[in-house]
Design a protein. Structure first.
Length: 408
């Protein structure tokens, strides 16, 4: 039974790997430090929303045997609207992932530095972080092999390491179970918490994961009857990802100081109270979070370009590799010499703010088309949940755009 379950787990775990990056780790850390267990309900809400949307993307990928960007290209007939949406997708996902990749790699570096210390070399006034090169090489090798099963197993292993690390850390802090349950099921809005609440939802409900999931499931499954396997994989994996995010928040709530800015500070803060092993477990989890996102971000971008431009080649094609190599190289370059492409990141945030609600609407529209999905179209319940999530994504999108222009 367990062996069969492991055989059928995969794409969903990669999606969990993608949304639990350094940004999520940092946000959950700050939520725990500043508000204790009070915002756990926001994580629960975001996990439910993610399961609903990702299940739709997975079902679409298996039944159509096409990626989401390819289906959008084929189903939207109006040429101007089609070009606008495809350009927005390319801008948000490709430019966005390129600009965020340095953060993914830097997050992995924070985990390694907590254990190994800082390792830099100097060329005149330029300092290069050697650990970013290490993470870049690991990500490059796993992606270049171009074998989906090998990539899947590698990432599933890293996600399990990450899950184990963060959950063990949370258990070590011995949280009060009653307080945790209250935080989960009784929504509270502590003073100055609204941006953190929106951030917790926004860092979990991620537009590029919809494209990644629809593309990955068709690498693993090829029959319509496999939809039920994909649904189980999605639910289990995203719940596991949610538990990881909650474990980070719970761990951070144990710290009695607010002088914490990221998970590396959290690791140092936990060490005096819970022993050095808590520090090492948390550092290992942060490394796994960074490297899994450093792998999935370029992979998602390559799948999006492939679908938008109508490429037929697979993981090992030169064009596919050229996309993810470019994004990975930019990430390694920016993280190793400490450059933050602020203007590019702002542009990507605006594009993503526009893309999330738009893609949620388009996905819901496609999921009701019998010409695409036949008998696998949405049920009434799935449509109602979809509309609720669209309302949330519109709110998130507007917030993201306003924040970039300092209007929030």
């Amino acid at each position: 039974m367990v062996k069969k379950w492991f055989q059928n787990i995969g794409p969903g775990t990669l999606v969990a790997a993608a949304f639990i990056g350094p940004g999520t780790v940092t946000l959950c850390t700050l939520a725990g430090v500043n508000f204790g267990f009070n915002l756990l309900w926001a994580m629960l809400l975001s996990i439910i929303a993610t399961i609903v949307l990702q299940e739709m993307a997975a079902r679409l990928g298996i039944v159509s045997q096409k990626g989401l960007s390819q289906v959008i290209r084929e189903e939207i007939k109006h040429p101007i609207l089609k070009q606008f949406i495809l350009l927005l997708i390319l801008a948000a996902v490709v430019v966005g992932n390129a600009s965020y990749e340095a953060g993914n790699i830097s997050g992995g570096i924070l985990g390694l530095e907590t254990i190994l210390g800082t390792h830099t070399i100097h060329f005149g006034s330029i300092s290069i972080n050697l650990l970013s090169l290490v993470i870049g090489v690991i990500a490059f090798v796993l992606l270049y092999i171009g074998n989906y099963k090998f990539l899947e197993k590698s990432l599933v292993t890293l996600v399990l390491v990450m899950s184990f690390s963060f959950i063990i850390t949370a258990v070590a802090t011995k949280p009060a179970i009653i307080d945790v349950l209250k935080g989960l099921f009784i929504p509270k809005f502590p003073e100055k918490s609204i941006l953190t609440i929106i951030g917790l939802i926004g860092t979990t409900v991620v537009p590029y994961n919809l494209f990644l999931h629809a593309s990955l499931v068709k690498e693993k499954w090829h029959k319509k009857t496999d939809v039920s396997l994909a649904k189980k994989d999605t639910i289990i994996s995203i719940i596991l990802g949610g538990l990881v995010s909650m474990a980070i928040l719970i761990s951070a709530a144990a710290i009695k100081t607010t002088d914490i800015n990221n998970a590396a500070d959290l690791a140092k803060g936990l060490a005096p109270l819970y022993g050095a092993f808590a520090k090492y477990f948390l550092a290992l989890g942060l490394f796994a979070a960074g490297i899994t996102s450093a792998i999935t971000a370029p992979l998602a971008a390559a799948y999006v370009v492939k679908g938008c431009l109508g490429w037929k080649d697979g993981l090992q094609s030169k064009k596919f590799r050229a996309i993810w190599i470019s994004i990975l190289l930019l990430g390694v370059l920016f993280s190793s010499i400490g450059i933050k492409p602020i203007e590019i990141i702002k542009f990507a945030q605006v594009a993503n703010g526009m893309l999330l609600p738009l893609i949620a609407v388009i996905l819901l529209w496609i999921m009701n088309k019998k010409s695409v999905l036949g008998t696998f179209t949405n049920s009434n319940t799935q449509n109602i949940l979809g509309f609720v999530i669209i309302a949330i994504t519109v709110f998130l999108g507007l917030k993201g755009i306003l924040k970039v222009f300092n209007l929030l």
